[in-house]
Design a protein around this ligand. Sequence first.
Ligand SMILES: Cc1cc2nc3c(=O)[nH]c(=O)nc-3n(C[C@H](O)[C@H](O)[C@H](O)COP(=O)(O)OP(=O)(O)OC[C@H]3O[C@@H](n4cnc5c(N)ncnc54)[C@H](O)[C@@H]3O)c2cc1C
Length: 412
Amino acid sequence: VASDRFDVAVVGASIAGCTTATLFARAGARVALIERSPDEGAWKRACTHMIQSSANSVLDRLGVGDALERAGGVRTSVEMWTDLGWIADPGGRAAGQNLCVRRETLDPLLRRTAMETPGVETLLGTRATGLLSDGVAASGVRIEGADGKARDIPARLVVAADGRDSTVAGLAQAPAEESANERFAYFAYYRELPLATGTNSMTWLDGADVAYAFPVDGGLTLLAAFPVKRRLAEFKRDRAAALEATFDTLPRAPRPVEGERVSDVIGRLDLSNLTRPAARAGLAFVGDAALASDPAVGVGCGWALQSAEWLVDETAAALLGDGADGLDAALKRYRSRHHRELAPHQSLIAQGSKGRLPSRTERMVIAAAVKDPAVADRFHAYATRNIGPREFLGPRTMLRAAWVDATRRQRA
Ligand SMILES: Cc1cc2nc3c(=O)[nH]c(=O)nc-3n(C[C@H](O)[C@H](O)[C@H](O)COP(=O)(O)OP(=O)(O)OC[C@H]3O[C@@H](n4cnc5c(N)ncnc54)[C@H](O)[C@@H]3O)c2cc1C
């Protein structure tokens, strides 16, 4: 077993891992980036890739925001239909618009950015199979290449960026708290299928079922259905027919028969919400390895970018020796920040995954958002993860919603 010493060993070279590696290396760290896929151009198939605008500043910091637009990525707001009407997006938020760009465009660009950053040593075609420990803290990873040869990568900090089924979490015996999802997902890409809203995306909340249509790079349109499990047999019988039938009855929806499907219909049945504490001694979790959310709300890509940034910002100084306190304290700060920023969102998202209909209060807010641009703006600020649930459902929104409810009802 050969040996080599790194500041950071990052396991997984997808969104969270590449962002972590790039930002740590730019701060001066020596980083090993370990990825089981041998292919530099590999990309994640099961993803509908709406990057919420809360992550725009991270894309800009990485220097890839403009390049993704040049590659065809679409800047987009979301118009949402409910049985109470459409919630338009008044726009104008400081963070800008969401970005919709296929993973086959996004992932290779992020990986190239990381690989070209001085200080990053990329080990493609190697998977993490063991976690090294000094008895107190994680102290590196054991990796294995296609030839089956093992190699130890000692590092001061190990970062698990290996997705929702994190191998590193298993090795560290760090189980996730899990909450079931009553919905499943199927999606496909279409050519020649423009949206009635132009470059604005469309989402339909049809009872407990969710569907959406996004404009994406390559001039394509993505159609996705997230129905509750009642429709599973229908999708298993004929996934393409069931996906397309979903859009037959939705207001202003594109009619799939008018376009041409240019991909397989991709399905995922297990979409449970997972969350685990984002750090322990010598080990941090970023992206889905720390928290995987119901994809019907499209938050995982943005939070993979943001959690990587939080980790680097909280720990780089301590890791590289010029921090006021040690790495343990820095990791605790990252863990608290991750919890503070995302736990309130995750709790509300997990409730929404239960396939229940909106409560009376939620319906009042939706009805107000349909009628009133100020409430609609707060709704979208929340949906794009620029404000948290406490702020969204706080007194400002609730008083305004009640006022809209009372005055518009009187007028009606
Ligand atoms: C159906 C579906 C639709 C979605 N739609 C959206 C959406 O619209 N918007 C959104 O924001 N999010 C969406 N998501 C979520 C999004 O795909 C994830 O949140 C995101 O990919 C997480 O990025 P990550 O870098 O943490 O992990 P991943 O992208 O899962 O990457 C993990 C990486 O680790 C590597 N790896 C794993 N194990 C090892 C190992 N042992 N050794 C070495 N490497 C390893 C893998 O090969 C992979 O490259 C969707 C998810 C699903 C399932």
